[in-house]
Design a protein around this ligand. Structure first.
Ligand code: GLA
Length: 385
């Protein structure tokens, strides 16, 4: 098998099923530039799609069942309508595929049986949304193979439902939106309440800048339980404050609102409300072409996640501090937390030096070496051929 992800998907298809796929569909991973744990609070996020992609080679299966092979796993997983219709029946990575079939069927679509082969360059477990990439690529394939009447604006909600209700992870709508609606050279400004999007130019290359993504390699300990706990605590706070969601607490009303809450809830709410404002401020600066100036907002977002939302871990904080000390304009953890990746805004010609400084700081602390990668915003889910 070659190294190219699309070639690997095709080779996997031929080897497992014989014959040629009817087509290949791809969807990327994502990073979030800013706006963390705001999506399920009906707030604002600003993610962008990565050049790393997941590719699905697929063809219709006349028996009305689904077979999925992934290069993560030698054995294909097979399921029929009965397993697809009962959340939880298919587990592991294949649950993201079964979840998409489930969500489509639950929305009243006639989903064709299919053979699917999946290859991916999006690392699993690094917080770069490898699961949303599978969901989006499979969704794109099934919509087209079945000629389903489902415009792409409705895909993120459907893929989110697959993840919430079939897989059982209570995530928001950011990841699916980013990997479906992302556009090359742009960050996606999303209002998670209305799902309105604005493509914000984010031309790092023209500005001589780069985003360095640092994989902390921190194990995702308790990530699921802690994520759900943060979400619950936000929902309880909104109820206590008499608003539909924390998005409705205006920055001007923040102090009065906080005075009514216990200390921990106060810090959770302060993170969400100030983070929404940081997203709006970042968008303003980017609209004015002032990319370097967003650095302090990124770093403030990190401090808020560390001190108020309490979702960072020592590896993550070390990476942020080392990147800033090495000259990054700003740095923050990206994604759900408790591990995953850090992003740093750097001069393109300083990216290697910043990566080396983070690696050295890791060695000093006795942490396993981090992964580093510079990225530019890429496009969302698409058919390849
Ligand atoms: C995970 C979830 C998203 C979002 C982020 C935190 O990536 O999947 O919906 O809540 O965490 O911003």
């Amino acid at each position: 098998m070659g190294n190219d992800v699309a070639a690997r998907a095709t080779a996997g298809f031929r080897q497992r099923y014989g014959g040629e796929p009817a087509g290949r569909w791809a969807a990327p991973g994502r990073v979030n530039l800013i706006g963390e744990h705001t999506d399920y609070n009906d707030g604002f996020v600003l993610p962008f799609a990565l050049p790393l992609r997941t590719v699905v080679a697929a063809a219709v299966a006349d028996d009305g069942r689904w077979s999925v092979w992934s290069e993560l796993d030698d054995e294909p997983v097979e399921f029929g309508p009965a397993e697809a219709d009962e959340p939880g029946r298919v587990d592991g990575w294949a649950a993201y595929v079964a979840g998409v079939v489930w969500a489509l069927r639950a929305a009243g679509h006639t989903v064709p049986g299919a053979r699917l082969a999946i290859a991916s360059d999006v690392p699993v477990g690094s917080g770069l949304s490898s699961s949303a990439a599978i969901e989006a690529a499979v969704l794109a394939a099934l919509v087209e193979l079945g000629s389903l009447d489902l415009p792409a604006e409705r895909w993120p909600r459907l893929a989110q439902r697959a993840e919430n209700d079939y897989v059982g992870a209570p995530t928001g709508i950011m990841d699916q939106s980013a990997v479906i609606r992302g556009r090359s050279g742009h960050a996606l400004f999303l209002d998670c309440r209305t799902e309105a999007v604005e493509q914000i130019p984010f031309d790092l290359g023209a500005a001589g800048l780069a985003v360095l993504v640092i994989d902390s390699r921190a194990p995702h300990r308790h990530a699921d339980g802690e994520y759900a706990a943060r979400r619950k605590s936000c929902e309880r706070a909104a109820k206590a404050l008499g608003v539909a969601a924390l998005r409705d607490v205006a920055t001007g009303d923040l102090d009065a609102a906080l005075a009514r809450l216990d200390d921990e809830t106060r810090r959770r709410v302060r993170h969400v409300v100030t983070e929404d404002q940081r997203v709006l401020d970042t968008v303003e600066l980017l609209r004015a072409g002032r990319i370097r100036d967003i650095g302090p907002l990124l770093t403030a977002s990190h401090a808020s996640m560390r001190d108020d939302f309490e979702i960072t871990v020592p590896e993550i904080d070390t990476a942020v501090e080392a990147a800033l000390a090495a000259g990054a304009y700003g740095a923050r953890m990206t994604g759900g937390g408790f591990g995953g990746c850090v992003l740093a805004l750097v001069d393109a010609d300083a990216a290697d030096a910043v990566a080396a400084a983070v690696t050295a700081a890791y060695a000093d602390r006795g942490f396993a070496a981090p992964g580093t990668l510079t990225v530019l915003p890429a496009g969302g889910a698409t058919r390849l051929d």
